[in-house]
Design a protein. Structure first.
Ligand code: ZN
Length: 121
């Protein structure tokens, strides 16, 4: 991969990381804002609980994505970015543009999804 491409993917990944981390801090802030407050109406309480569960779920998903972005940045440093971790083939640039955190080519990704589906049945 050319140096210019590496730098482009790095800036895409880093801006995604900054956006996610900023988002996480905001969620923590919002949660501490509602903590310990008395809510007399049970309907209001349910709404707050729902909102809290939602932001926890969101943060769990964000945490996983943050981990994937950090792995992708490490692969950029190691020079293995854009190579399939399963078969070693080059991942197509079109796929990398849509999902720069991916470490599987489309063939291996499809196969792993099929294996997963079979495993669940
Ligand atoms: Zn592959």
């Amino acid at each position: 991969m050319r140096r210019r491409e590496v730098e482009r993917y790095r800036s895409v990944l880093e801006s995604q990381l900054v956006a996610l981390v900023g988002h996480g801090e905001q969620a923590v802030h919002e949660m501490s804002g509602t903590g310990g407050e008395e809510i007399p109406d049970p309907n209001d309480r349910a709404t707050v609980e729902e909102g809290r569960n939602w932001s926890l779920r969101l943060r769990d998903r964000d945490r996983k994505l943050i981990g994937k972005i950090e792995e992708a940045l490490a692969r950029l440093d190691a020079g293995t970015f854009g190579k399939c971790s399963a078969c070693g083939a080059a991942i197509s640039p079109a796929r990398l543009r849509v999902r720069p955190v991916t470490d599987l080519c489309i063939a291996c990704k499809t196969e792993s999804e099929q294996t997963e589906r079979r495993g669940r049945l």
